[in-house]
Design a protein around this ligand. Sequence first.
Ligand code: MG
Length: 390
Amino acid sequence: MSLEKKMKVVVLGSTGSIGVQTLDVIDKHRDRFELLGIAARDEVSLMLEQARKYKPTVIAVGDASCYKEMKNSAATDAVVLSGLEGLCELAAWPAADIAVIAVSGAIGIKPTLSALKAGKRVALANKETLVAAGDIVMEQAQQYKSALIPVDSEHSAIFQCIKGEERYLKRIWLTASGGPFKDWEKKQLEGVTVERALQHPTWAMGPKITVDSATLMNKGLEVIEAHHLFGINYDRINVVVQRESIIHSLVEFLDGSFLGHLGSHDMRIPIQYALTYPQRLASSAAELDLTLLGALHFEAPDLLRFPALGLAFQAGQTGGTMPAVLNAANEVAVNKFLNREIGFTQIAILVEKVMEAHDLVSKPDLDCILRADTWARQRSQDLSKLLVRS
Ligand code: MG
């Protein structure tokens, strides 16, 4: 094992939830992986702490105003890059084997494309990239023969279940925890506070994705993500609430067989698999004892109480620039909810209004997608002013 070449990894979004857990996985397998580069937006002190520990060769700071502070720090002699160009340069860093894209939001699109173009293995944890620019991303992965391995737990599950049998696939069953408000009445949902929305029952994640899990928009984004990753039509993607979050998704084959992926809900499992694929290594995740689990529960999601999921299906089926618009409007709406400017149920209302106002481009190039993204953000700002905070 020790004779194997160490894989060199760059992590974009190293200070976020997935980033920190990626570093944890690398830490456990120092004989197999080396952290070559890190990037984050503006969390300079945590980045410096990571730099002291892992001694990366290169560091990128997304927010250019933090560049000087990082550059002048005595804690690291790494090459320091900045801005979106810096993120793209890091993602394609010549000595790197794997780029983990764990930044949050549409900012991940260009670095992902840059890594794929450079022939890196991309461990993709940023779902917005596939949602907004899935056709282009998948095309580039194919063109440059770069491996795109999903880190999202559901897609990692499907990726593992489907391997080698894509042609027999009948349907994908994407599992959802249902979020913290699964059983709440419509009226109660209107009063959801920021504090309450940030308490997820099973997964510990960053604020954006935690709110997305509560509205089920996260599952909606994952539906679009699955469509691109596995080249499957929307009418063959089913969402099922799996309360215990033990089954991370399933595939159904033509002959009626189902294969599911089970495991404890610990993101280090899919993160590590994206790094070690097609091999497996021991993990630090808690062991799962099925005898203590007792039962597994399944139910259909309620699209009336959680309209965001339906909006995502609609955006995906419409295609073109619409998924980018859905995603951008949702990013703005979630921020506004976190800033207490709009209510919880107004997130989906705002997204729907922006989608309705959008002039669709059905075969967009990357610039067109980015313009739709910018347009949707501006439109969301404007339309949010018309919403009365309930
Ligand atoms: Mg997920």
